[in-house]
Design a protein around this ligand. Structure first.
Ligand SMILES: NC(=O)c1ccc[n+]([C@@H]2O[C@H](COP(=O)([O-])OP(=O)(O)OC[C@H]3O[C@@H](n4cnc5c(N)ncnc54)[C@H](OP(=O)(O)O)[C@@H]3O)[C@@H](O)[C@H]2O)c1
Length: 283
């Protein structure tokens, strides 16, 4: 085991040098435990899931940088402070969107930034990592989505059908749809053209991300690509009003990242369970 031991001692030292060189990045090394994998000839004492706990905990340390799971996102709204506490995020149907007039604001610039971060940046990171993923024996892509990406929230029947029709949908068409949305957002035509009327940019960004996930799964049969709604989690995005902890919210994404090579691809997990992209009640 000489070479293995020296390689890990070198890796530990390199980790410390990297942490010193980049103080803004949280860099650590983790021993996962003695895990049942090929490396231990399946003789480990703990499961892969238990072995993942340390690395996941390290990846979730506060102020951590980008992780292997496409997680970064913006909500694209300003919620007035007095409504940020108590009882969960607002689930207001579009028919009653007017009730939110004094509760949330959705400036165009924030909506545009939301699409850039949630959709285009996820795409850019994915494209940059694809060459590496193709080298792996068990490549996985996990896109963090939301129940708000449910096609239920779109009121344009033709658009719903287009985003469902993965056989004919293209990335170029998704770009056109996003441009169309942004134009309607800017010119106050959301209602006229059947877009979501609350948390609009976020909903469109996650619907686009879901469709992109399915296109990737269709294109790369060697990669398991899925999207996961983590649940309603206690984070800044929910103004700390979520129902579950960050650790509980991480279960679905971690499970999707650990799927075996015969696992499902191109599906949507609501936390840890496969769910439809278009649910009748949207949630
Ligand atoms: N919380 C929930 O209940 C919930 C429900 C459904 C889906 N989700 C999804 O879960 C994921 C995590 O959300 P969260 O609840 O942890 O939200 P959060 O607390 O608001 O964290 C979002 C993260 O995204 C990063 N980010 C935002 N814009 C970025 C950019 N342009 N470049 C790089 N990083 C950027 C933020 O970095 P900074 O802190 O540096 O700004 C922050 O670390 C998101 O995809 C979200 O849509 C969350």
């Amino acid at each position: 085991m000489s070479a293995y031991k020296v390689s890990k001692a070198a890796l530990n030292a390199y980790t410390r040098l990297t942490a010193k060189k980049f103080p803004k990045i949280i860099v650590n090394c983790v021993h996962p435990g003695y895990v049942v994998t090929d490396m231990t000839s399946q003789t480990g004492f703990i499961t892969v899931e238990d072995g993942a706990k340390g690395p996941v905990m390290a990846a979730l340390l506060p102020n951590v940088g980008p992780s292997g799971i496409n997680n970064a996102a913006e909500i694209g709204i300003i919620m007035h402070e007095e409504f940020q506490t108590g009882g969960g995020f607002l689930q207001v149907a579009d028919k009653k969107a007017y009730l939110l007039t004094n509760v949330i604001e959705e400036p165009y610039e924030l909506g545009e930034q939301c699409l850039k971060t949630n959709y285009y940046a996820t795409k850019a990171v994915t494209e940059a990592l694809l060459p590496l993923l193709h080298l792996s024996k068990s490549p996985r892509i996990v896109n963090i989505t939301s129940t708000y990406g449910d096609l239920y929230f779109l009121h344009n029947k033709k658009l719903k059908e287009e985003l469902q029709d993965i056989e004919n949908l293209t990335e170029e068409r998704i770009d056109e749809i996003i441009k169309w949305f942004l134009l309607d957002f800017k010119t106050a035509k959301l209602q006229e053209n059947g877009w979501p009327l609350t948390v609009s940019a976020y909903k469109v960004s996650k619907a686009a991300l879901n469709a992109y996930t399915r296109l990737l799964a269709k294109k790369f049969k060697n990669i398991i690509v899925n999207c996961v709604h983590p649940g309603y989690v206690l984070t800044d995005m929910t103004f700390q009003t979520g129902f579950i902890t960050v650790e509980e919210g991480a279960k679905g994404p971690v499970m999707a990242a650990l799927l075996t090579n015969d696992g499902p691809s191109g599906v949507y997990f609501n936390q840890t369970k496969i769910a439809p992209f278009f649910a009748t009640n949207g949630l």
